[in-house]
Design a binder for this molecule. Structure first.
Ligand SMILES: [Zn+2]
Length: 91
């Protein structure tokens, strides 16, 4: 039997939830950490560029995210909702 309830938040751990699943769970954003700090990107915005977004996992999406300043992948990325935000970072 699989127990998913004990899964703890760990950014190093592969996140195999799809974006549509995350949205259903109440996470409208992906949060990326890079040289600029934390940047929140709405899935809605990404969907305009990635029509297959809903079927992608968070890891697949993270692999496609690129910092517009240093050009690297974000060091960490995770699903985010309003309760997590200490203050909205605008780029
Ligand atoms: Zn960067």
């Amino acid at each position: 039997m699989l127990t998913r309830s004990v899964r703890q938040f760990d950014p190093q751990m592969a996140d195999n939830r799809t974006i549509s699943q995350l949205e259903a769970e109440g996470y409208p954003w992906i949060s990326c950490e890079c040289c600029k700090g934390t940047v929140w990107v709405p899935f809605k915005m990404l969907r305009e560029r990635l029509p297959m977004l809903s079927a992608m996992t968070l890891d697949q999406l993270g692999a496609r995210m690129r910092c517009d300043k240093c050009g690297k992948r974000p060091e960490r990325y995770y699903p985010a909702n309003q309760n997590d935000t200490p203050g909205f970072v605008r780029s």
